[in-house]
Design a protein around this ligand. Structure first.
Ligand code: GLY
Length: 345
């Protein structure tokens, strides 16, 4: 087990990679805990949950909305959770986003932690303190930063994920490799059999590499005023594709990364060889479904992006495998690139 610490101005968050999730019982207060989870997780792990009240949501992105949050808050009240309460989210990105947001506003803020059950949440969503809900087709526009006290990332839990959910998380792992860790890219490229069979030791190593990178970024820039922007690589187009086509997050981000790599190539920031290596890797894991957002709609969706400022957007380019840079560009340029990009160029 490796403990990775994210230290910010107001908090310390311990990310426990490779820990057995059942150990969570030893980390919780004796009373006042409520577990927030989803119905799939209850079916698989519910009989081993610590003995606390459980509130649950329907699995999936559809649950990331304010009305679900309101119902959950009512259930916490009914369960007697007060200001000394503690929310334990057991689930993937949606559960952790809701648990963190609820903990930050319930009674003006109570404690929280997560058992992170999906690859996507272990390598990205559950660490770093971002939370929130969607507003119509705008992703994560209501939310805040709140660091969980701890996050358990148990790679054995990834064995039960549906294939598409697992591969969706792999896209976020590839993202981290592309923006910050060339060695991680080599590992994902050279160990496809182990990645696909979900070898727990290999996954523990990859998750640790990703979380170590993210911990350094969040410790340096918790509130995303600079360095943390790099974590949005692939997400500008990715969020638009996710909203328009209703793809799983990672598949949309993978397509967004293909586009952003193509854009980086067009600007002369990466070589054709690197571009081809990136798209070959994404393609080899089946992460590049066709997408086609029509003219007019792509502009509207990009203008809803949180990274927008006026008519400009912070767009993340690669300047090599393992290195990225965020640049302010007009949204209209990003729209033009989307409309003229031809994969494989
Ligand atoms: N998922 C991007 C971030 O945590 O900043």
């Amino acid at each position: 087990m490796e403990k990775i610490v994210i230290k910010t101005r107001d908090s310390v968050s311990d990310i426990l990679v490779g820990a057995a999730w059942e150990k969570v019982k030893e980390l919780l207060p004796e009373t006042g805990v409520a577990i927030l989870t989803d119905e799939n997780i209850i079916n698989i792990y519910g009989d081993r949950f610590p003995e606390f009240p459980v509130v649950s949501i329907s699995p999936g992105e559809e649950s990331k909305k304010l009305e679900v949050l309101e119902k959950l808050a009512e259930k916490l009240l009914d369960s007697g959770i007060d200001r000394d309460g503690f929310i334990l989210g057991i689930g993937g990105g949606v559960v952790c986003d809701l648990a963190g947001f609820l903990a930050s506003i319930y009674m003006r803020g109570i404690r929280c932690a997560y058992v992170s059950t999906s690859l996507l949440s272990q390598v990205d969503a559950s660490t770093g303190g971002k939370n929130g809900v969607n507003l119509g087709e705008a992703k994560n526009v209501l939310g805040c930063f709140k660091q969980p006290e701890f996050v358990i990332c148990d790679p054995l839990m990834l064995k039960t994920l549906p294939e598409e959910e697992y591969l969706s998380g792999l896209a976020e792992l590839i993202k981290t490799a592309l923006i910050g860790d060339r060695k991680l890219f080599d590992v994902i490229e050279n160990n496809q059999a182990g990645i696909l069979s979900r070898d727990p030791d290999l996954l523990s190593m990859c998750i640790s590499m990703a979380v170590n990178f993210k911990a350094a970024v969040v410790t340096a820039d918790e509130k995303e005023t600079g360095l943390r922007r790099l974590l949005n690589f692939g997400h500008t187009y990715g969020h638009a594709i996710e909203m328009f086509h209703s793809f799983r997050h990672g598949y949309a981000v993978a397509s967004g990364m293909e586009l952003a790599s193509g854009y980086s190539l067009e600007k002369g920031l990466i070589t054709l060889a690197d571009y081809e290596r990136i798209t070959a890797l994404l393609g080899s894991y089946g992460l590049l479904p066709a997408h086609n957002i029509p003219d007019g709609i792509i502009a509207r969706l990009l203008l809803k992006d949180k990274k927008k400022s006026g008519n400009d957007i912070f767009f993340v380019f690669l300047n090599g495998i393992g290195s990225a840079v965020a640049e302010k560009i007009p949204v209209s340029e990003a729209v033009d690139f989307y409309l003229h990009y031809k994969p494989g160029k």
